[in-house]
Design a protein around this ligand. Sequence first.
Ligand SMILES: [Ca+2]
Ligand SMILES: [Ca+2]
Length: 293
Amino acid sequence: MGEVGTQIYDLATGCSTNGYDNRTSESVSLVANTSYNGYVSSQYYATEQISIWIDFNDNCVFESSEQVAFQSLNATYLTSFVMVIPAIGSVAKTGIHRMRASVAFYYVPDACSTSFSYGETHDYTVNILNYTPSIPTPPCTAVSVGSNGTLYAASSGITITTYTCKAYSWTSPRTGTITLTFQLHNTPSYWYIDDVSIYNKGVQMLLNGGFESGSASPGWTLSTPYGVCSTPGVINTVSPRTGLYSLQDGSTSCTADQISQSFAVIAGQTYVVSFYIKTGTTGSGISISVTLS
Ligand SMILES: [Ca+2]
Ligand SMILES: [Ca+2]
């Protein structure tokens, strides 16, 4: 999934002659110094691994410094991987380049190797962008939490009965996938959440942050990690802050239920999280925890 509506969606391509398939007619735009989530499956049950390179210097060689992803595959399932595009500089260059994805059985894939017996290599086209988007100002002042993944937690004294903005500036301690999780409990009323946003520089990391698809999908996962809850979270039109929809969550008879969404992060980069919350009433049976982990 890339920028400005581009993506490479290329499943069930079958086996190609001599294990190579030139698919450079398919292209995707990616921003430098940004990480992306992708998914891959070899449709084969054995232990296999994928590597991806981008020939940033266009010398028709995929140097090890040009590797942007590596992942062991999970049998025939779609396996998610993180692709890290370096900052423009000594390695990454803007413009059109060839991207090579190579899957190998047993061996670590090598961009041009014939040493592995089973596998396949596809070439694609990427357009590396280096725009410096204006950094959006969060809707309320962001509290810096460093690399601490607990953004907000309260179990008493919660009096926010009108939509209230919360914002946090968080620096990722690692490169990979991170999950934003809201755990909610509310007796006798409901939590409402709307307009959830996470910006990395100018790039919005979340899907469906305002719930305007009318459902959790795309992006969000609703779950009950502490067992069955009464009136768990739903996306509905009862009390949106903006648009037509928000999350309404009145989970009772359980510790909490949760709604979460995962996204790709780079170590050392700062992510600005903001959201609006309110509770239908105040009282002692109301708790919330918002984490990145
Ligand atoms: Ca190269
Ligand atoms: Ca909304």
